[in-house]
Design a protein around this ligand. Sequence first.
Ligand code: 5RP
Length: 217
Amino acid sequence: MSQQRLKIEVAKAALKYVEPGMTLGVGTGSTVNAFIDELGSSGLELTGAVSSSDETTERLKAIGVSVLDLNHTGDLALYIDGADEVDSHRRMIKGGGGALTREKIIAAASRRFICIVDESKCVGVLGEFPLPIEVIPMARALVARKLIGMGGSVSLREGFQTDNGNLILDVRGLDLVDPVRMETQVNQIPGVVTCGLFALRGADQVLVATEQGVELR
Ligand code: 5RP
């Protein structure tokens, strides 16, 4: 099965958790795009959605879903989002699409976070995928030096600005064996908006598309 087919399968499986009238949190990325397509053809009527990126907002509007301000919705019943890597404790690296900060905000505001991935995203230990870190522009070099001091190898995502007007540093080589500790440590560096480790608040469930079908983990 192609990777795109797996994304469609897991998107269809996620749709089963969405109830009419819900206000839904919606993530960012190609797997979420497949989910939005499925949502559009399902005929399900939502109260609305809280979006994690400008791209997702456009796609939600295109299928007729009202995009709501999180400041007016209160907590959300359900958040659906993809990941770049997920481990067996449902901790993740996210931010390949650069939307990590809004994704983390929505995850924190959601009672249930279902992560949707294909099998290629499942890992034993997080860290093969470079860790995205959103940084305030004036702190770029400071944060990079601190990360190098922690054992990281840092590269600026060239020509990229987040929806919040910030930069992304992609970092390899940090020791992520204890991702809660590393998430806490990185988030304390002045100038870091947030890092793409989702360990303090991981997913509640992970739907994994495999060649044999979609598994709930
Ligand atoms: C965006 C994300 C995405 O969830 C992550 O990059 C996975 O994307 P895709 O579904 O395209 O593989 O965190 O910031």
